[in-house]
Design a protein around this ligand. Structure first.
Ligand code: ADP
Ligand code: MG
Length: 603
């Protein structure tokens, strides 16, 4: 090392390597910079291919404007950019890049090839750079557009290489970057190829809604509300989840500021505030939000990777975001409940409630149906009861009982639905009095019992998913899932490791219905973490899995038809523990006729 204290200007090659430390810290940041360049070049189609978590190869091919030979040579110089010219331009950047650092930095820490051609030239140019040293410039036959290949990233920066995680983890980060731009630009066709396998192929010319469906499955859209707010100058649009789609952390909140994936602390606060009354503690909404402000309102030049921005007027930004989210989530509440009772429901009920919208039509229904003799034993009982009441025989509290058969174990012989309270709690009349029922807890009990029974009799049937779901978990959570892969497999989860913290789910236990694998795995990992050592045996583990899976499935169910509600009540009656949910919450509150009589002073 030189230590004669003489001050020297550093050679470019070293400067670039130092800069590389800021701009490219892992393969995913190379993918980010190169995807941004392709988008800035006006590409309509981009392919991202990586090998070995991007460490061996990252190749990005676009059909954008391309470069002629001179420009291609300039592009790899530090501070070479076509995107700004004057100081003032920094105040109003509309491209994703502008610092002119990325290509120089990437080329200095990898074996880099750039092949490019403009549409109006017959041949293209290929440039090969090895650890910042130019090795070859030649003519090349290639289609219009640009292909950048980055091989052996950090081969000459051992310190960096040491910080790389497993290929699977790096791949996860790459996938996140890819998803981000895929959401940001539904108009662009995108492909992600990992180790020569195509992971995503997304059509161009799409709307955000289509893209979200393609990426996350159709079901997700049901729980996302349109955000569409403007005050004439500023605009906030996108999608925001209501109370039925939540996550245990913020990892699925995607924010774009003037088309650039970025965030700022003030946005996080505003989101918290908007959802504070809507979601239980520790649950976070899923968001894809696009904020569009005049460029001079935003300072993007705060950080080399431009991930964080600063707002000139952050108070106004907060108010705007709050207004936009309130508008969207208020709409989501009323959409969840009966159209006719919209006002009542929206005013009284918030949180994760299961609505039963078409209730007010209330013919008495015989209950429960006896599978043994005749059509409806319950109906007879009901008739006899009414007859008894009408005849004033005085034993109305005890309608005819039939001694035999299993349905007699149910807490009531017959019942009918009287209505709803707050558009939610269901009021029932039974042979012995009045019942108030929480449909959600009841549903949890029924589904849980069914799942435990299927487990006990080894009749769990996996239901294949049309499009396998890729689930990405934080490392600690992934660990809990990985540990129990075998048991999950036995319980009908078609789960395979995609590497690192990513799992591919291609089947779920059939009786759960349509439910998000991501939510189940996330909740399950959290549950297992909380449960810790108390998960002492395979049986207890299974109970945990069944409980979480059914809880999520029920949370996903938003509406029951009246017939489904009747079926739910009759199924609940057949469970072994109809009075509480697997979480220990009451499913029904019963007030006997005796009690009612007493209260009315007639007892
Ligand atoms: P910046 O994007 O900040 O301008 P880069 O180092 O990423 O800096 O790129 C330098 C220049 O190279 C860009 O300004 C652009 O003119 C050109 N360039 C980079 N990638 C592409 C591409 N995929 N297609 C066409 N031109 C490109
Ligand atoms: Mg760039």
């Amino acid at each position: 090392m030189v230590n004669d204290r003489q001050i020297r200007l550093l050679p470019d090659q070293i400067i670039n390597k130092i800069a590389a430390g800021e701009v490219v810290d892992r393969p995913a940041s190379v993918v980010k910079e190169l995807m941004e360049n392709a988008l800035d070049a006006g590409a309509t189609s981009i392919e991202v291919a990586v090998v070995d978590g991007g460490v061996k190869l990252i190749a990005i091919t676009d059909d954008g404007a391309g470069m002629d030979r001179d420009n291609a040579l300039m592009a790899i110089e530090r501070h070479a950019t076509s995107k700004i010219r004057h100081v003032d331009d920094i105040e109003r950047v509309e491209t994703l890049g502008f610092r002119g650092e990325a290509l120089a930095a990437i080329a200095s820490v990898s074996r880099f090839t750039l092949t490019t051609r403009t549409a109006d030239s017959l041949t293209g140019t290929s440039i090969r750079i090895n650890g910042g040293r130019m090795e070859d410039v030649s003519e090349a036959g290639c289609p219009p557009g640009t292909r950048m290949e980055v091989r052996q990233l950090f081969f000459n920066v051992p310190a960096r290489r040491k910080f790389l995680r497993t290929a699977a983890t790096e791949l996860n980060h790459i996938r996140q970057v890819f998803l981000l731009y895929a959401m940001g630009r539904p108009d662009i066709a995108l492909r992600l190829v990992v180790d020569e396998k195509e992971i995503y192929r997304l059509d161009g010319d799409s709307q955000l809604e289509d893209r979200i469906r393609q990426l996350f499955g159709a079901g997700v859209m049901d729980d996302l509300r349109l955000v569409d707010w403007t005050d004439g100058q500023w605009g906030i649009r996108g999608l925001a989840s209501g109370p039925n789609l939540t996550r245990a952390d913020r990892s699925e909140q995607y924010l774009f500021i003037n088309g650039r994936p970025a965030s700022a602390p003030v946005l996080g606060y505003a989101i918290n505030e908007a959802y504070s009354a809507l979601l239980p503690r520790g649950r976070y909404p899923v968001l894809m939000l696009f904020l569009d402000l005049p460029p001079e309102e935003v300072d993007v030049n705060v950080h080399p990777t431009k991930k964080e921005v600063r707002f000139r007027r952050s108070g106004q930004v907060r108010d705007a975001l709050l207004a936009a989210l309130r508008q969207a989530t208020l709409a989501s509440q009323s959409q969840n409940f009966d159209e006719q009772n919209k006002k009542v429901s929206a005013a009284k009920v918030t949180g994760e409630f299961l609505a039963v919208p078409d209730l007010p039509a209330l013919p008495a229904f015989a209950y429960p149906r006896n599978p043994g003799t005749g059509e409806q034993r319950g109906a007879d009982a009901l008739d006899r009861y009414h007859a008894a009441v009408a005849a004033g025989t005085g034993n109305e509290a005890e309608p005819a009982k039939t001694p035999e058969s299993d349905w007699r174990q149910s807490p009531w012989q017959w019942c009918r639905i009287l209505g709803q309270i707050a558009g939610y709690f269901v009021v029932l009349e039974t042979d012995e009095g009045m019942i108030m029922l929480d449909p959600q807890s009841a549903h949890e009990r029924v589904l849980y019992d069914r799942m435990m029974q299927a487990i006990a009799t080894r009749k769990i049937k996996p239901q294949g998913l049309l499009t396998p779901e890729t689930v990405n978990l934080p490392p600690a959570k992934a660990g809990y899932i990985r540990k129990h892969l075998k048991t999950l497999g036995e319980l009908g989860f078609g789960l395979s490791e995609f590497g690192g913290e990513t799992f591919i789910v291609d089947a779920l236990p059939g009786l759960l219905g349509e439910v998000s694998a991501a939510e189940i795995l996330d909740d399950l990992a959290t549950d297992l973490e909380d449960a810790g050592k108390s998960v002492s045996s395979e049986t207890v583990l299974r109970q945990h899995i069944a409980q979480v899976a059914t809880r999520v499935a029920v949370r996903t169910t938003k509406k029951l038809s009246r017939e489904e509600l009747e079926k739910l009540i009759s199924d609940l009656a057949m469970t072994e523990l109809p009075y509480t949910s697997p979480r220990g919450r009451p499913t029904i509150i019963f007030t006997s006729l005796q009690e009612l009589k007493k209260k009315f002073g007639r007892g």
